[in-house]
Design a protein. Structure first.
Length: 221
């Protein structure tokens, strides 16, 4: 049960990190493209959306770092992840509220906020005395943790590469798909996460092959 909860935490942390990165990258349109910001009605607030973009990307990068640390284990990895989630949730909430007030709509900022909030709730539950003692994040590096990290990276990569499908409706104006302006960065990020996940799973398979080989040599001798 404890390993399952740990894997769930790692996977959700990775998905949240990916969502923050995508949210930050996706804000480029409103933050720096004049025509798109005028269409959205946020031109006078571009400076604010530039702040949202930069800070959200930073939180996303920290989230990836936090995910890796959770898989590896350490004394302060859980606390650090919790701090990242609190900051991400507050930032996402402010972005969500601001967009609702300025343009009367919050997509896809609302998805970013709710993803951060859901993961934060999961981590807060894991902080409850009685549960906290059963889920040990101070150790890591086992096959389960590596597998969780690989799974999380693959899911995050898939989520990133599928951005063109679920974000397009809110980023299309007069037949122009503004998401296409970010295709290189989104594809690069998604592909990198997929390769990371595949690499982690490949290392697990290689370890198993080596263990079986060593066991075979021992049995034969």
């Amino acid at each position: 049960m404890s390993k399952t909860l740990k894997i769930v935490a790692i996977v959700f942390m990775a998905l949240t990190a990916a969502m923050n990165l995508l949210g930050g990258i996706g804000t480029v349109c409103a933050a720096f493209i004049k025509q798109f910001s005028i269409v959205l009605g946020v031109y006078d607030y571009q400076w604010l959306y530039q702040v949202f973009m930069i800070t959200t990307i930073i939180v996303g990068i920290l989230g990836i770092w936090g995910t890796v640390k959770l898989a590896k284990g350490g004394e302060k990895v859980f606390r650090n992840a919790l701090i990242i989630l609190i900051v991400g949730t507050l930032l996402g909430g402010i972005h969500y509220y601001t967009s609702m007030q300025i343009r009367g709509a919050a997509a896809p900022a609302n998805m970013k906020f709710f993803t951060n909030l859901l993961t934060l709730i999961i981590f807060l539950i894991l902080s409850i005395p009685g549960i906290k003692e059963k889920v040990d994040f101070t150790t890591g590096g086992s096959s389960a943790e590596k597998g969780a990290g690989g799974m999380a990276a693959i899911l995050a990569g898939t989520l990133t590469l599928s951005t063109f499908y679920w974000v397009t409706p809110s980023h299309t104006y007069q037949g122009v798909n503004w998401v296409e302006l970010l295709d290189i960065s989104v594809i690069a990020l998604g592909t990198s996460l997929l390769l990371l996940g595949i690499g982690l799973f490949s290392s697990l398979i290689w370890e198993k092959v080596q263990q079986l080989s060593e066991q075979y040599v021992v049995d034969v001798s």
